[in-house]
Design a protein around this ligand. Structure first.
Ligand SMILES: [Zn+2]
Ligand SMILES: [Zn+2]
Length: 766
């Protein structure tokens, strides 16, 4: 007995609802240790007793090999007198235990569950709702806390005796797996025809048959309905596109496995890891020239968004098909994705020939996440299903709980408390009733799930954003207005756990400036608590206001008129193509009526895209810039000079005239250069002006860290050239890896700014 030791261990972090107790049980009993494990409000508590060797092994294993879904933030261990008790037990949860258990994100089907689904002798053979503690639906089915089955959309399914046995057995993989179910007690698949009648037979086999026949199907997934068509079938994909009223925006494709994905796209090591990871995002990859994908799937795009199956239903369907499917959000045009059955039947009835659906309700609409790869690391384009609501760690505490309301387009909101930031799922563009309601309900849902009562509410400065209006209506909290591009830079700082100050380069579409003009090509000196505008692109008029966003040729007209001082070469294609309205639009720009001035980098990309004949009018946000990037020849290293001048001779902020670049682009084009070469030189020149602007700020401030943020930096060619140039000039470059550089990341930045200001006010330091 004297050789026995007893250790008391406490584990904090994401350790509840992730199979931690059965893992500890298995580990301890495997090492022949006695003791107990339990949950309480702070996390997991453990006592183990036995020989010093096995106890040490236990501690090492706990640290080095925790269960896959756990995130350990802190482990502490102390000693207790040995008691001589034998056996290992799972202690009852203390009152309130589990209450604060963080709701985990949805997790892709694990290998163990897949093996059961493949085993004809298993009771879950080919069962489309198989899940366990290590995988399955989570965030999308949670209605309330504590995270227990009655508070999920599985509440209506009473567990059968077999499932209940697994659920209560600490040695079982399904111990306390809230959505556990089987064919005897769980949800059921159905194939429903356009007339609302259920088709007799195996729903998966029927769905596959119809897809192979060229039909468009609505498929109920984890966070909403998808629309599906066989990816190689042009007739089906074109039908899907026209019925959905989506003209050009690329569709994503689901492949059965890595091998199938590899026949569609170049899949490197980092891409393979992302594709097979438990979050299962859509990864944007370079498409193989011989890929069997219908031209309508991603028109004019060198890249393709690819994902692998993440629910048992997807696995079954993709195997039955034997080929990839287009799988795109179940909606018409820009509406949010349909997720309730009645709503889906109504909204998608005119698009889908049939519905592959089921009776497990979806509580929270959650779109697929989208990732690009830069230097082998993820750059999120949309952070949603699989990642949300996993908290992002904040490097500094929030004195009081914060709600940040985000921007207007690609909206997310963020709740922050202590040192955790809960960035919401992708809400979408706050332009209609549906998304506004998703926003309001989402805020309430998150506040309840994470027990956050906001005392500080951060918002954009734009008075017309619905998210701003929502914030201004909150009378129960202190309001903090955060400038849009400061929020972008702060979000990059928070993403990297850095406080600044840094040189923040925020290049995007449009954001409201502190002077009431539209910013978007900004050089800031920024920390979390404040910023100064050091420089920006010289302002140009946007003739027609919002019309200039939809019609990039209008920006070309404004830029060309300034660049050539009214003497625009009439031979230019963009002038000839838009001759009928050219003079009127130029006049609008000159008069400055309905032509707000902007320093936006996105609008400069638009202008050049139109000049190069890439696109005069767009059908989705950012399209002209996306296509300009694709057009550019990545091998081209030439560039154009773009002198940094000062708009106000007395000093900052300096201005960089985009007109110099536009003039160089036109001269090059008129001299016979290929548009793909000109597009590349333009990218290189913008990278050059970013680096020159940073040089200038460094000379004035001594700062040498640069944060690159804003939607324009989703352009990987620009990002590569700008980051490379900055690094060669000795700058330390910070990029986004956890939240998107686009407006989807703005809420995190707002929260970081509001918390820093609160720290300053309450604690006297940011
Ligand atoms: Zn599983
Ligand atoms: Zn069952």
């Amino acid at each position: 007995m004297s050789s026995r030791v007893r250790a008391a261990i406490r584990v904090e972090g994401i350790v509840q609802g992730v199979g931690f107790r059965p893992y500890v049980y298995g580990l301890a009993t495997g090492l022949g240790l006695d003791g107990l494990v339990g949950n309480d409000e702070r996390g997991v508590f453990i006592e183990v007793e036995g020989g010093p060797g096995p106890v040490g092994e236990f501690l090492a294993a706990l640290r080095d090999r925790p269960p896959p879904l756990a995130v350990i933030e802190h482990i502490s261990a102390g000693t207790l007198p040995a008691t001589g008790e034998t056996g290992f037990v799972i202690a009852r949860s203390a009152t309130g235990g589990d209450r604060r258990a963080l709701v985990p994100p949805d997790v892709a089907t694990c290998d163990d569950c897949l093996r059961e689904m493949d085993d004809p002798a298993d009771r879950r053979y080919r069962y489309a709702f198989t899940n366990c503690t290590n995988c399955g639906p989570r965030f999308t089915i949670v209605r309330d806390v504590p995270y227990d089955r009655p508070n999920t959309t599985m509440a209506g399914f009473a567990m059968c005796a077999d499932c209940a046995r697994e659920y209560h057995d600490p040695a079982d993989r399904r111990f306390h797996a809230q959505p556990v179910c089987c064919p005897a007690c769980g949800p059921r698949l159905r194939l429903v025809d356009g007339d609302g009648r259920e088709a007799p037979g195996d729903p998966v086999a029927l769905a596959a048959e119809r897809l192979l026949d060229g039909q468009v199907l609505a498929v109920k997934g984890l966070g909403g309905y998808h629309l599906a068509a066989v990816a190689g079938c042009e007739q089906a994909v074109a039908a899907l596109r026209s019925r959905k009223h989506r003209e050009d925006k690329p569709f994503a494709v689901m492949a059965a496995d890595l091998a199938q994905a590899g026949r569609l796209c170049e899949v490197g090591e980092a891409a393979a890891e992302l594709l097979t990871g438990r979050e299962r995002p859509i990864v944007l990859l370079v498409r193989r020239t011989d890929a069997e994908v219908a031209p309508s799937a991603a028109p004019g795009n060198r890249r393709l968004g690819v994902m692998l199956p993440y629910t048992p239903l997807h696995h079954l369907l993709l195997r039955a098909l034997g080929r990839p499917v287009v799988l795109t959000s179940g909606n018409v045009s820009d509406e949010p994705i349909a997720y309730r059955d009645d709503e889906a039947a109504g909204r998608l009835g005119g698009i889908a020939d049939a519905f592959l659906t089921h009776d497990r309700p979806i509580h929270t609409r959650t779109d697929d996440s989208v990732i690009r790869l830069f230097r082998g690391r993820a750059v999120p384009v949309r952070r949603s299903r699989g990642y949300v609501p996993h908290p992002l760690p904040l490097a500094w505490e929030c004195p009081r709980p914060v709600l940040a309301c985000g921007a207007e387009l690609k909206n997310t909101f963020c709740l922050a408390k202590g040192s955790h930031a809960f960035v919401s799922h992708h809400i979408g563009d706050l332009e209609n009733y549906e998304t506004s309601r998703s926003f309001t309900e989402g805020v309430e849902h998150f506040a309840r799930l994470f027990d956050v009562v906001p005392e500080v509410v951060a918002h954009d400065l734009h008075p017309e954003y619905l998210s701003t209006k929502y914030a201004l209506d909150r009378v129960d909290a202190d309001l903090v207005g955060v400038q849009h591009h400061h929020a972008h830079v702060a979000s990059c700082l928070a993403d990297n756990g850095v406080a600044g100050p840094v040189i923040g380069v925020a290049f995007d579409g449009l954001g409201y400036g502190t002077d009431g003009t539209l910013w978007g090509g900004e050089f800031l000196v920024a920390g979390l608590a404040g910023f100064e505008r050091a420089g920006h692109l010289a302002t140009v008029p946007m003739p027609g206001g919002a019309a200039a966003i939809r019609e990039p040729w209008r920006m070309a007209a404004a830029y060309l008129d300034l660049a050539f001082e009214g003497d625009v070469p009439a031979s230019l294609g963009v002038v000839r193509r838009n001759a009928a309205r050219w003079d009127a639009v130029v006049a609008l720009a000159r008069r400055g009526v309905n032509a707000p001035r902007t320093s936006s980098a996105g609008r400069l990309f638009d202008a050049v895209a139109a000049i190069l004949g890439v696109r005069d009018a767009i059908t989705y946000e950012g399209q002209a810039a996306v296509e300009l990037e694709q057009r550019a020849d990545p091998a081209e290293r030439g560039t154009y000079p773009c002198p940094v001048t000062s708009e106000a001779p007395s000093g900052p902020p300096f201005a960089v005239p985009g007109t110099a670049l536009v003039r160089a682009v036109v001269d090059d084009l008129c001299a016979g250069a290929d548009p793909s070469v000109v597009a590349a030189r333009f990218h290189n020149a913008v990278a050059g002006l970013v680096a020159d602007g940073c040089d200038r700020v460094r000379a004035a401030t001594g700062l040498s860290a640069v944060a690159l943020s804003g939607g324009v930096f989703q352009n990987l060619l620009l990002l590569e050239r700008a980051a490379g140039l900055l690094e060669r000039r000795g700058f330390h470059v910070l990029l986004h890896h956890r939240v998107p550089p686009n407006d989807g990341g703005v809420s995190l930045g707002q929260a970081a700014v509001a918390a820093a200001l609160d720290r300053e006010r309450r604690w006297g330091c940011a």
